[in-house]
Design a binder for this molecule. Structure first.
Ligand code: ADP
Length: 500
């Protein structure tokens, strides 16, 4: 593993960034603030408002006030505004990429720039869908006109995490607005700056109150938003644990909820796929260059026993060639973990693996305590080879670069182990045999299976989880229709006697 030099500028005073309520940039009603750090350097970047219930109330009231006019704006006109936002975001990709890299620790070249680019693309995709909010007619006979309308739900409450904050924020804002809803979005406390920059761009084109972005802690700010009586829909991306809290809040008021939660996704390699391109694909699927802080990380590697050692040798060689270091350095492949809590959590898993007798460390291990990497929350890509699918490291979502390699003999066993998880988000299958690939794809209990590739989501493809990985779909037209509209049926009797 090579290390990029830390090109460390003199620490500047953290800037203060306000939040967006009713078209105005404001502080928390309490005046309290939180600090956002650069996790690659462990230095403060900015202070933000520490929002609470009073701020949530103000933001929801603004969204309620904006709803009647926005929902009556013709859908394609709403779409046109989203297209203008897309264009404005495209013009600011570099600024956005730097902001994301600085606050998340995601490397600018391998991650942050791609996230900024895809975010603009998400606005462009949903901006074109205004005309698709169509209803149906129901054939009840010549004397009846029965039809459906896709109507918005009202004020959406959205809560997002820090791992791909701007992209995940765009996936709430763009479809919710296209469908005619207004929105209060709570950014993650660790990575709100890119989301606030996106809000600034949105605000140049939208009426006040259509989008409100608030900042604060989970229970203090996200909690009151989830429980607010005027919120008509909850859309959450984050951990399965908090997803359950959000779903309970939705149940109290019978409001629809969509949840994009965790994963422990399998990557199954068949014996004919012991090849370099598969190793590259497995590295991409494991999201090593995102420090594996991704719900779709293919973190359980099921290797056929005949290729177990030779595949791991190739994986070792290729992963070791990746550069770990300062997220803002263009030479860096792998950046830093988001914060100290996550960093400790990842280290604890690695330590458990190191102490387990039947687990073999293939490469990686605990991070160095000295040198350039000790200046940030850098975790080493780590692989444990073990015979079992049932220890903690093979079952729990680590959200860090720790991969578990497990051998298999026959396909049924591989699929049984792949499905032996309470998660079901993504999966990856690697083989030249199209029959094996598709049999596995059909048998795996996951919302998204990729055969022979380990890419990220693209606009247009319905993405979401099976089992405890979530409810609902994002990224697509169907996702927008299901998550952000409600159907109304209108039935008209055409045989009313005419007035004399
Ligand atoms: P992660 O582990 O990725 O940070 P979390 O599920 O803890 O994921 O957090 C995702 C988002 O949910 C963040 O914006 C966080 O502030 C928010 N959050 C955390 N706890 C709660 C809660 N009890 N109620 C509402 N929002 C919460």
């Amino acid at each position: 593993m090579s290390v990029t030099e830390q090109t460390r500028p003199a620490a500047s005073k953290p800037r203060h960034q306000q939040m967006l309520i009713d078209g105005a940039w404001v502080d928390a009603a309490s005046g309290a603030t939180l600090t956002v750090d650069n996790p690659g350097r462990r230095t403060p970047v900015a202070t933000i408002p520490r929002g609470g219930a009073e701020d949530v109330n103000r933001a929801v009231a603004a969204a309620q006030k904006a709803f009647p006019a926005w929902s009556r704006t013709p859908p394609r006109q709403r779409g046109r505004l989203l297209l203008r936002i897309a264009e404005a975001l495209e013009a600011r990709i570099e600024e956005m990429a730097r902001t994301i890299a600085e606050e998340t620790g995601n490397a600018i070249r391998t991650q942050a720039r791609g996230e900024a680019t895809l975010t603009a693309d998400i606005f462009r995709y949903f901006g074109g869908l205004g005309g698709e909010l169509k209803g149906e007619t129901i054939p009840l006979g010549e004397n009846v006109l029965s039809y459906t309308r896709r109507e918005p739900l009202g004020v959406v409450g959205a809560i997002i995490p820090w791992n791909a904050p701007v992209l995940l924020g765009a996936l709430k804002i763009a479809p919710a607005l296209c469908a005619g809803n207004t929105l209060v979005l709570k950014a993650a406390e660790d990575a709100p700056l890119g989301v606030l920059l996106m809000a600034q761009v949105c605000q140049e084109f939208l009426p006040p109150g259509v989008v409100n972005v608030i900042t604060g802690l989970g229970t203090e700010c996200g909690g009151p938003l989830a429980q607010h009586p005027a919120i008509m829909k909850l859309s959450f991306t984050g951990s399965t644990e908090v997803g359950k809290v959000i779903m309970r809040a939705a149940a109290e008021r019978i409001v629809p909820v969509s949840l994009e939660l965790g994963g422990k996704s399998p990557s199954i390699v068949y014996p004919d796929a012991d090849e370099d391109w598969v190793v590259d694909g497995v590295i991409a699927a494991m999201r090593f260059t995102r420090q594996s802080q991704s719900c779709t990380a293919g973190s359980r590697l099921f290797l056929h026993q005949d290729i177990f050692d030779s595949f791991l040798d190739k994986l070792t060689r290729k992963t070791q060639a990746l550069k770990l270091g300062d997220p803002l350095d263009e030479a860096t492949d792998i950046g830093s973990i988001i914060n100290e809590k996550q960093f400790r959590k990842v280290c604890n898993y690695v330590e458990e693996g190191l102490h387990r007798k039947d687990a073999r460390l293939v490469f990686g291990g605990l991070p160095p305590k000295e040198g350039p990497l000790a200046q940030g929350y850098f975790a080493m890509p780590t692989v444990f080879a073990d015979t079992s699918n049932d220890w903690r490291l093979a079952r729990e979502e680590i959200f860090g670069p720790v991969l578990v390699a497990i051998p298999w003999k026959n396909e049924d066993d591989a699929i049984r182990m792949a499905n032996d998880s309470h998660y079901g988000l993504a999966a990856y299958v690697w083989t030249h045999e199209i029959g094996s690939g598709l049999r596995a794809a059909h048998a795996i209990e996951s919302g998204w299976v990729q055969v022979n590739q380990g890419l990220g989501q693209q606009p247009g493809h319905s993405y979401g989880g099976y089992k405890q990985s979530g409810i609902g779909r994002e990224f697509s037209l169907e996702g927008m229709l299901d998550s952000f509209t409600q159907r109304k049926n209108v039935t008209v009797n055409l045989t009313v006697p005419s007035r004399a």
